[in-house]
Design a protein around this ligand. Structure first.
Ligand SMILES: NC(=O)c1ccc[n+]([C@@H]2O[C@H](COP(=O)([O-])OP(=O)(O)OC[C@H]3O[C@@H](n4cnc5c(N)ncnc54)[C@H](OP(=O)(O)O)[C@@H]3O)[C@@H](O)[C@H]2O)c1
Length: 301
């Protein structure tokens, strides 16, 4: 299995380099090696490699920035996956792509299933949904050799994410205010990368097998507020020198923390389908966050 990976230096891309390594040679391209917003450069990279599997971990993930840079968000999050799908469909290659809970409007409290109708409420969600739709439109008639994995609240020891921001702020400040009415599951890039490798191995081993759209997140749910409290309590227990501990975190409402892009309140993803179809177990979210903390606690990390 020869794999071509885009977005190789992001949270997920970095972990995919590790998780995909035992499946075969991986050509890992970061933004410097291929700017996926540049259609000609992307086509050239796709044709130069002739891979059996294309994995797209590149994305414009800055949710607020996407509001003012809609055109760029569409080029990276929709046009690039479309070009990858065109190439994959033509060549019979597999395409693995990632999407987000932000394709939903966040109403209600029930975890979203793959059959629920998307209705994004911000430009990032719109661009990610357009990417999903382009892949499905092009690849379904060509044998369905795609996996679109929707996930939520991604973190990793390497990269920018909520957990690392909280740890930094808690070292600087006495008190923190964190949104308490948005719910979801923090999902480690490690877990998502490992699940991707398992899925790819399963579909690649059975030539007639089709892929599809799946929700993949760690098990359980929390709010950003509870997540921050849990994280700081654990970090304090591990001896992190924090000025603000768990008790110094105050809950606030989303409406009291205005951002350029509105956020969905309900980001819960129902992940039963991927577990049933691929005989997988998704561990509780705390497990991976604990590992990240341990990793960040290493001297020199
Ligand atoms: N982060 C989350 O909370 C979250 C939640 C739900 C779903 N997801 C989805 O999960 C996937 C992985 O996200 P992540 O957390 O790993 O994101 P990330 O850490 O922001 O990584 C995205 C990567 O894409 C690269 N990239 C951006 N624009 C590019 C371009 N024009 N050409 C080539 N590469 C480009 C970035 O490169 P630079 O480092 O050079 O910018 C970065 O390496 C994405 O599809 C995202 O939409 C993420």
């Amino acid at each position: 299995m020869r794999t071509l990976l885009f977005g190789a230096s992001g949270q997920l891309g970095w972990e995919l380099q590790r998780a995909l390594a035992p499946l075969g040679p991986v050509t890992a391209l970061d933004r410097a090696a291929c700017d996926v917003a540049d259609a000609a450069a992307l086509r050239h990279a796709l044709r130069a490699q002739a891979a059996d599997v294309i994995v797209n971990a590149s994305a414009l993930t800055a949710v607020d920035r996407a509001e003012t840079e809609r055109e760029l968000a569409l080029r990276i999050n929709a046009q690039a996956p479309q070009l990858m799908a065109e190439e994959a469909a033509q060549r019979g290659a597999w395409l693995v792509h990632y999407s987000t809970d932000y394709v939903f409007d966040g109403r209600g409290e029930r975890p979203w299933t793959e059959d629920d109708a998307p209705a994004p409420i911000n430009a990032y969600g719109e661009s990610k949904l357009a990417g999903e739709q382009a892949i499905q439109r092009l690849m379904q008639p060509a044998g369905g050799r795609y996996l679109i994995l929707r996930t939520s609240w991604v973190y990793a020891a390497r990269g920018g994410n909520f957990a690392r921001t909280m740890l930094r702020l808690a070292a600087e400040r006495e008190r923190l205010s964190v949104v308490a009415d948005q719910f979801g599951a923090p999902t480690g890039a490690e877990l998502l990368a490992d699940v991707s490798a398992h899925l790819l191995r399963a579909v690649h081993a059975t030539p007639a097998r089709r892929g599809g759209l799946y929700h993949v997140a760690a098990a359980g749910e929390t709010s950003w507020f509870e997540y921050a409290r849990w994280l700081l309590a654990r970090a304090s227990g591990m001896g992190w020198p924090l000025r603000a501990g768990a008790d110094a975190v105050a809950p606030i409402a989303t409406r009291d923390y205005p951002t350029p892009a509105p956020r969905p309140l309900n980001s819960r993803l129902d992940c039963r389908r991927v577990q049933a179809d691929f005989d997988l177990y998704l561990p509780p979210w705390q497990q991976g966050v604990e590992r990240m903390l341990a990793e960040l606690s290493r001297p020199g990390a």
